[in-house]
Every structure is written in C-alpha cells, then in structure tokens.
Design a binder for this molecule. Sequence first.
Ligand code: GDP
Ligand code: MN
Ligand code: MN
Length: 251
Amino acid sequence: MELFPVPDVPEIREGDDLAALVSERVDLRPDDVVCVASTVVSKAEGRFADLEAFPAGPRARELAARLSDLTGDEKDPRFAQAVLEESVDLVMDEPFLLTETRFGHVGVNAGIDRSNVPDHDLLLLPKRPSESAERIREGLAADRVIVTDTCGRPFRHGQRGVAIGWAGMSASRDWRGESDRDGRELGVTVESVVDELAAAANLVQGEGADGTPVVVVRGFEWGDHGESDAHFRDVDGDFVRQALREWSYDP
Ligand code: GDP
Ligand code: MN
Ligand code: MN
C-alpha cells in the first residue's frame, strides 16, 4: 500500500469542485481511496463564519466566563455560541468544550477551526461529511472517499487523523468469527478501517502550511472480511460518555 499527496492543490474557495480539482491532477484508479481534509471540504462548501454572526446567549456567556476563569485565557463568548449552535450535546463544559456534532462526531469545540482560514474568523465542519464524501466520489474515477479531520483523543497526548465521513466503503472490517493463529475465534474485533486510513493520510497531509489536503491511498485491499458501518457510538452503548455525566472538573 502506498500513500501520496495530490500535487498543486490551490487555495480552495466556496463553490470549488474538489472532484474535478483532484481528477485534473492525478490519474485515479478505481480501488484508490481518496482522503480529503475536512478543511477543504468546508471551504468548498462555504462553511466560513465570523464571530459577529454568533451573538452570545446567556449559556454561551456563562460557559466562556467559566473557561476564562479556569484557563486564565480570555474566551470569546461568541465562539462558545458558535460551538453550541454546531452541537446537539455538550459532553464536557470544562476545562474545554467537548461536544457532539449533528452528525455524531464528538470533538473539542465541535471541530471548529481557526487555522488555515483566510479572511474569516472560523471554519465550521461540513454539515454532513458522509454526504460530502459521496458527492466528491461521484466526480472521481476512484470508488472510495474519506473526509478526515485532525482530532485529539482521550488518554493519550497528541492529535491524529480521524474519519468524519466516508463513501463507497464500509467504516469497519469485522473480524468476528474469524480465527487467530491458534484457532481461537475472534469475538470482538471490529477494525475501524476509515480511522486507520484517515490517520495514515493525515501523516501525509500535514497540519500547517504544507498545502496537501488530499491524499490518495493506493493498494489498500479490504480482503475477505465482514463489514460494518458503525462508527460513532450512541450514548446508550458508550460507557465512557455515560461516566462523564457523573464527572465534574476540580482544578
Ligand atoms: P484539518 O485536519 O482538516 O483540520 O485540516 P488542516 O488545517 O490540518 O490542513 C490539512 C492540510 O491541508 C495541510 O497540509 C494544509 O496546509 C492544507 N490546506 C488547508 N487548506 C488548504 C487549501 O485551501 N488549499 C491547499 N492546497 N491546502 C490546504
Ligand atoms: Mn480540523
Ligand atoms: Mn489537520
């Protein structure tokens, strides 16, 4: 398997056809997986926003004031308002805002970015990243598309790429029912292939001024395994998230 960036991608503007931009630059093969940073999907979809569009309500003012006290950094209540408006659930409200977006992804500040955003204050995540992935896929010679974002994770330092949308493939490879080398049946292993490919792609995309938001994965084979499209956990089956309900931050 190899990964390579799509060369010479320009600054993406609202209305740009990402599929056409990629197809003009790379001869894609049907079994390629095209990994696109959510940043450029958002730009193409015009998900730019300015803080003045989010006049802060009482809840946002309260959250921002508390976070300013806790962190010693002045937090803009309009930013807290933007996070609330992009979210359906506030999972943690201190010492940062961890929320669930409308499409089920849990992330800090609803994944709103303030870097790589020219001329605006904010860049919101795509509204429905899997639908974005499907639209891009329709314009490509490749069958599979993943929309990635860089995200922190609990329990470990450092950020890495995750899949927030995908099309033309299942999210996970289901090993349950297969055997290990000693003939024991695997009972729980459902491998999140879209996250693994997103993490690999993110290595090549970079995080700063690299200018390589689209990465092609060539030669990845699914193999003879089951498939599952489960990706974001429901609260009902998420015991860590349930435990957070009982939790409070005590600096
Ligand atoms: P995120 O992980 O989706 O939040 O995106 P990042 O801000 O980390 O950017 C990922 C990669 O895309 C980096 O290499 C950026 O330099 C690059 N990038 C971001 N926006 C653009 C753009 O409009 N055009 C090009 N060519 N590269 C971009
Ligand atoms: Mn991002
Ligand atoms: Mn990134």
